[in-house]
Design a protein around this ligand. Structure first.
Ligand code: PA5
Length: 397
């Protein structure tokens, strides 16, 4: 279950006239959303595909020591964030899934190649376009490592490609070499692709897909809240609150804030508008950005993601540690609100698969509505091309 508090620490700082005005635009915005051609992620995923994902995950678990997932941006953050929230901090007993391809660090690559050289590993390369530089470089280097160990016939067993149905170099490779593959549908963009094999396949190694799928579509019930959240953000933006600070209370949720940053940043940041997403992990960052938030430039509002129940009971002087964490959360909202910072609260009953998947659907919907309220296309990211073109030119490609 997910609860929303858009009032307690927001209300007095919100322009009610603008809020009412935007709330009356709901039908118009929802109609615009429904006529977008990139909303395949709202439609039910096929049962056969879920079965194929599960079978392929079983194949990987039975035949390999680990899976190396290669992808960047929307082709990795969803499953990485989910995995991080469910993984143990110590003595993790999950099937090993390594996420690579998110930087060009020589140190990381050197150590990764060294780590993998004697391992029996499988690669899942994920790229909708099939042209992303970081993904291509990492894939090529890891494939070279495999090629030094195996002949063509054996190599086929070690590579699974997730890409466009028809287009791109990766799809050509699938056709030419006969690698196993999954499709990222035409009508689903990277950051909205959680309910596709791009994320479900890496997750199937360690998680119950049925729970994830069920929870994700349960998120559809949160449509009204998603619209209200988008409206409040838009009003706050117009009042000069141009930064949204996502606050979480456990280090394991930090990657989820990275997913949020990508979702909102790439969705809204165009045409000279958009709210800049940032994040804090509490209580750590109360001892760093906390000062700025309390007394600095009033350019921001915050969205707190609280987890009500924990499976871990630690007694501290008669209270559970989790209760103390949640008391701190509430106190911080009070303090920041008193300093002129509006604080929205989203409470998850538990951090289980079902709730996480619902929350993902909720945020995807809110980001899309928000983009439409800003009057921009929520589903493209033309700005990212600018750096890519510069790199191509500098590398002479
Ligand atoms: O949200 C998006 O569309 C982007 O962040 C992409 O996912 C990212 O750039 C990776 O692209 P690709 O999957 O084509 O390698």
């Amino acid at each position: 279950m997910i609860k929303f508090d858009f009032n307690t620490f927001v209300d007095q700082l919100l322009d009610k006239t603008e809020y009412e005005k935007l709330m009356t635009k709901k039908e118009e915005i929802v109609n615009q959303f429904n006529s977008c051609d990139m909303i395949g992620w709202t439609e039910n995923i096929e049962e056969d595909l879920i079965e194929k994902i599960k079978t392929t995950a079983d194949y990987v678990k039975e035949n390999f020591e680990c899976l190396v997932v290669i992808g960047i941006g929307g082709s990795f953050l969803g499953s990485y964030a989910f995995e991080s929230m469910k993984r143990k901090y110590f003595n993790d007993d999950h099937f090993e899934v390594i996420y690579a391809g998110t930087s060009l660090s020589s140190k990381y690559m050197d150590e990764l190649l060294d780590y993998l050289k004697d391992k029996n590993f499988c690669i899942n390369v994920i790229s909708k376009s099939g042209t992303t530089m970081e993904t291509t470089i990492t894939y090529t280097l890891l494939k070279d490592l495999l090629k030094r160990k195996y002949d063509e016939k054996e190599l086929i067993k070690h590579i699974i490609i997730t890409t466009d149905k028809e287009k791109g170099l990766l799809r050509e490779e699938v056709k030419e070499k006969g690698y196993q593959s999954f499709v990222i549908p035409d009508d689903i963009g990277g950051r909205y692709s959680f309910m596709t094999p791009a994320h479900l396949f890496p997750l199937a190694l360690n998680h119950n897909l049925d729970e994830i799928v069920k929870g994700y579509y349960r998120g559809k019930r949160l449509g009204d809240y998603a619209y209200q959240y988008a409206v409040i953000r838009n009003c706050l933006f117009k009042e000069g609150k141009v930064v949204e600070n996502f606050c979480v209370y456990d280090e394991n949720m930090q990657p989820f804030t990275e997913w949020l940053k990508q979702l909102f940043g790439e969705t809204e940041g165009k045409g000279g508008v958009g709210i800049l997403p940032t994040s804090n992990v509490h209580t750590r960052d109360l001892h760093s950005l906390g000062q700025f938030i309390q007394e600095g430039n009033k350019i921001l509002f915050e969205t707190f993601i609280k987890v009500e129940e924990s499976e871990h009971y630690i007694d501290y002087e008669g209270k559970s540690l989790h209760e103390i964490n949640n008391i701190v959360e509430n106190s911080v909202m009070k303090a920041h609100f008193s300093g002129g910072v509006p604080c929205i609260e989203i409470s998850l009953q538990k951090l289980d698969a079902d709730t996480i998947a619902s929350m993902i659907y909720f945020f995807q919907l809110a980001a899309a509505y928000s983009g439409l309220l800003f009057g921009i296309n929520p589903f493209n990211q033309p700005g990212v091309e600018v750096y890519k073109n510069e790199v191509r030119e500098s590398l002479g490609k």
